[in-house]
Design a protein around this ligand. Structure first.
Ligand code: FPP
Length: 234
């Protein structure tokens, strides 16, 4: 495949962990644990295919509504994976945690800030992990910052452009989002990268996230490469 046919940035909605666990007669958190293993493998598969950046939807601003033991289970998974993330960091991977991570437990938050700081010069691959992330929240936050600047007289309302909003999004240092992959049979964006996905391609798949394989990824990339992206042109 030519380089332009390979998406530079893929967004993954890691959906179907709960259904996968149910299917195997296991608690929901067992599904999340399997899902986290696939998250790790997917970073490698993306690199092998020449993808430059991948962002994973791990926890949304709406996921706090889940039962406390499930939320705690996902947070504990994160604690466990922080060590693995540090191993990837040694492999020239840059980690960017997108979302309002200031609301996470202090031990997690400090680790995440530290990982972002220590990996920021890594150039091999960018792994985005969305935690306490919501697309509307992200855009609202950018609007609030710009409104404050306008009120303070630092900018005029006319100076607010798509670029000035984009620069305030968590993804400002990532390549444009080319492809969103959502397994599990659901066909919606669920508040994930809603601004960034304006011209992204979507591939929805029936596989549940814990069963997602490199073959599934290759299928989605092949499907992407066959699409005719016109960005509003002809
Ligand atoms: C959606 O499936 C999945 C989540 C809300 C959590 C995803 C989190 C992980 C895979 C763990 C992330 C960990 C790290 C280290 C990044 P669902 O629970 O909505 O599944 P269902 O629709 O089948 O119920």
């Amino acid at each position: 495949m030519e380089e332009k046919q390979i998406p530079a940035h893929i967004g993954f909605i890691m959906d179907g962990n709960g259904r996968w666990a149910k299917k195997h007669g296991m608690p929901r958190n067992f599904g999340h644990s399997k899902g986290a293993e696939v998250f790790k493998k997917t970073i490698n598969w993306c690199r092998e295919l020449g993808v430059k950046c991948a962002t994973f939807y791990a926890f949304s601003t709406e996921n706090w509504k889940r039962p406390a033991d499930e939320v705690e289970g996902i947070m504990n998974l994160l604690r466990r994976y922080i060590k693995d993330i540090r191993t990837y960091a040694k492999d020239n991977v840059r980690f960017i945690f997108i979302g309002d991570i200031s609301q996470l437990a202090e031990d997690i938050r400090l680790e995440l800030f530290d990982i972002m700081e220590t990996t920021k010069e890594n150039t091999g691959f960018i792994a985005g992990v969305a935690l306490n992330y919501g697309g509307r929240d992200e855009i609202t936050n950018a609007a609030r910052i710009l409104a404050k600047k306008a009120v303070n007289g630092e900018i005029s309302p006319e100076q607010i452009t798509e670029n000035s909003i984009e620069e305030l999004l968590y993804t400002s240092e990532m390549p444009p989002l080319d492809l969103v992959i959502r397994p599990s049979g659901e066909q919606r964006l669920s508040n994930f990268l809603i601004w960034q996905a304006a011209y992204a391609e979507f591939v929805f798949m029936d596989v549940l996230w814990p069963d997602f394989t490199k073959k599934n990824l290759e299928f989605a990339v092949t499907e992407y490469s066959a699409r005719n992206r016109r960005f509003g042109g002809i």
